[in-house]
Design a protein around this ligand. Sequence first.
Ligand code: BEZ
Length: 391
Amino acid sequence: MENNKKFLRTLLAAAVTTTLCSQALADNAEPIKVGVMLPFSGIYAALGDAGRNGLKLALQEHADDLHGRQIEFIEMDTEAKPEKAPEIASSLLDQHHSDFIIGPVHSGVAMGMIKVLKDKDTIMIIPNAGANAATGPLCAPNIFRTSFSMWQPSYPMGRVALDSAYKRVVTMSWNYGAGRESLEAFEEAFTAGGGKIVKQIMVPFPKTEFQSYLSEIGSINPDAVFVFFAGGGAVKFVKDYDALGLKGKIPLLGSGFLTEGTTSAQGPSAEGIRTTLHYADGLDNEVNTKFRQDYRQMFGKEADIYAVQGYDAGLLIAKAVDKLGGDISDRAALIKAMESTKLLSPRGEVSFSKAHNPIQNIYLREVVDGVNKVMDVPAAKLEDPARGCKL
Ligand code: BEZ
């Protein structure tokens, strides 16, 4: 009897100590520092703004998962300029001692960030930039991506084009890493099935004078055109394609960035465009419906893929912090917690590959009444090949 009482007293004392410890942790712990490296000016400004909004929405909605830890944001404008990346990343790492650095949108900026952040104590979460190398030859334990590799959304479109009986295709993009890798992925699938790329057109980034290239496409008269453009460039390209009389004559295909966050500015010029992406605003699932409602309420505008990817970066942080009871000081444990996290994303379920890239569905979408409507799932649970990653 006496033994039993003693045991109960010890158990009670242990429980009180645990509660006090986690209360003390919450009271005393420093805020979690989240550096944000996104473009808030320039051609990708809207993409950066949406990513930041999504991140903040997730961390606000999942504040309970943080075990009392506050979040301190340190925001830096990359202007989508690769030459700015090393300096900003170094300052978020060495001066601000960020626990997490979220960014960027532009693949060239990602390469500059990785040079500084690879194998450091800070966790880098890429909420957009698709540079294949980030989860390929440059992969590292502390680098995660909640978006996509450039290969992922473009490869399936090669097969969609073949299924549509297109044989001769012109490809076109801005001439930088993301654009080149997007066209290569399309070409890989399209030519493997017997398709021919009759011309590849590369435009200096971020130029948006497309008319002379479009006249050339008109005279080539291919079966279809596949492009990578995003943000303000996507708006201008789709409008010019229509204005120069190509719409309705030569089908326009793209990775889905062509019609993400842009359809209201593109208006009727976007109707009927088919793209492949890991999200669609018209996706019919509960998480997406709630996310879009909450986003509209909080920011007064429509969410898009950039908002989803920022939201999922926030979810990934919240879920990992929760698994560790709020204590993220052991970075190896933090990485392990992140690796095993499964996200219930507005895009559907997302898990992470060994290379830390999302495994996710790729949807075929068509713009109908200004909405990217899901037509098919040409690649379910698609994993990037992660060529060159040694993790
Ligand atoms: C990139 O540079 O990786 C990128 C930019 C905008 C949309 C998609 C990818």
